[in-house]
Design a protein around this ligand. Structure first.
Ligand SMILES: N[C@@H](CCC(=O)N[C@@H](CS)C(=O)NCC(=O)O)C(=O)O
Length: 209
């Protein structure tokens, strides 16, 4: 199986971490921004990352790909069967993908990605992200468990993976989390899991870390 897209994307990182936690072997294939790539585009018609190829089968979107992993290799389950737990997991995933990334994304794109691509960053948009993330972090501070614990139930789920993933981007941004110590401790512990650690270390090297 091939997963297309650079791990700097929180959606790609989330997908690769989910594969690793489930013991699914995938080849990670970064795509080049703005460069035509027929193989990738046949898996992702709107050029969004991540996309997946499994033989003749292709699909894009991190959630769709992770559901494919879950259906093809049910154990260990990252999406619980029990109704309330499943609903909470999907909520945390949605919260991470839209609310956390919605605030962290403009900071990361305009302060990190744009300079890497030789483009001017939009500092106004980055500053809006900085303001927007404060209530998001306040919410998480009230919900995260102690380091090593889980957001839903007593085992690792997609909720933990999805919420932790964009915190690697905040780390690359050197975003100061000292006002949210529980969130910082829990996300640091999550990003130290073998499913994330190697990826995040390779990314950090790009920024001299
Ligand atoms: N809902 C999608 C979001 C994917 C997404 O927006 N990826 C961004 C990178 S973080 C992307 O491909 N951006 C390039 C573009 O919009 O052209 C998912 O979960 O995979």
């Amino acid at each position: 199986m091939i997963v297309y897209g650079a791990t700097l994307s929180p959606f790609v990182r989330k997908t690769l971490a989910a594969a690793a936690e489930k013991g699914i072997e995938v080849e990670s294939k970064p795509t080049r921004f703005g460069q035509p790539d027929a193989e990738f585009e046949s898996a992702s018609p709107f050029r969004k990352i991540p996309a997946l190829r499994d033989g003749d089968f292709t699909v894009c979107d991190s959630s769709a790909i992770i559901h494919y992993f879950e259906a093809t290799k049910p154990e260990p389950a990252l999406i619980p069967a029990e109704a309330k737990a499943r609903a909470k997991v999907i909520w945390f995933e949605e919260f991470a993908d839209t609310i956390v990334v919605g605030a962290a994304g403009p900071m990361f794109f305009n302060r990190v990605v744009a300079p890497l691509l030789g483009m001017p960053g939009d500092e106004e948009a980055a500053k809006k992200g900085e303001k927007a993330i404060e209530p998001v972090l306040d919410y998480l501070e009230a919900h995260v468990p102690a380091p090593g614990g889980y957001l839903v139930g007593d085992s690792l789920t997609l909720a933990d993976i999805a919420v932790a993933s964009p915190f690697a981007n905040l780390r690359h941004l050197k975003f100061d989390l000292s006002r949210w110590p529980k969130t910082r401790a829990w996300t640091d512990a999550m990003l130290e899991r073998p499913s994330f650690a190697g990826m995040v270390a390779r990314e950090s090297k790009m920024f001299g870390g």
